[in-house]
Design a protein around this ligand. Sequence first.
Ligand SMILES: N[C@@H](CCC(=O)N[C@@H](CS)C(=O)NCC(=O)O)C(=O)O
Length: 209
Amino acid sequence: MIDLFGAAYSVYVRSARMALEEKGIAYQLVPIDVFAPGGPPDSFLELNPFGTIPALRHDNFTLYETVAILRYVDEAFDGPPLQPEEAGGRARMTQILSILDSHAYRTLVWNIYVERVVKPREGAPADEVGIASAIGPARTVLAALDDLVEDGPFLLGDKLTLADCHAAPMLALFEKSDEGVTLLKGAPKLSRWLQDFQRRPCFEATKPA
Ligand SMILES: N[C@@H](CCC(=O)N[C@@H](CS)C(=O)NCC(=O)O)C(=O)O
């Protein structure tokens, strides 16, 4: 039995869920709200001392850090392979995963989407200076990713990989901001992929309520 600890609102949790869906693996989402007052429960910190979601438990094996979870989901179970076989393709996939973690998440999700969409929705003012200073880094991220997109329908060609699962949740949130809509126009291959990928059943099945 697989337990995935986290919340449907999290882009990282969604990326792990999409990989589970694509592999056809049954799992249950065990609710952990990292943004609850007081933070996640102590019992969760025993699973992940950094307190971030997701964490995964498969029988007695536990794991945190999304990329490790993605690889485990792909390698420990039957189902369609979600990683390229040859070294170049696998390296390219890892490169995209790293760009997403190191450069995309903070800039696209926190500095732009949360400021432009979430904060005003909650009645708080957006940090306009912060948004303005995130535009340049966002352009760099999108150009780098666009440059790596291969002839589709997936990011790395004709097979879905973990890169698709990891990129879609972050980019789909980013696209909900006006800045996202505008900046994605400058990344046409990435944009086309995002529109197509959002029609995939795994995307629909993991939509936050
Ligand atoms: N490096 C972690 C990052 C995961 C992450 O930042 N998750 C967010 C939710 S999308 C979170 O738990 N944030 C709470 C916090 O940073 O305290 C991973 O890859 O799993």
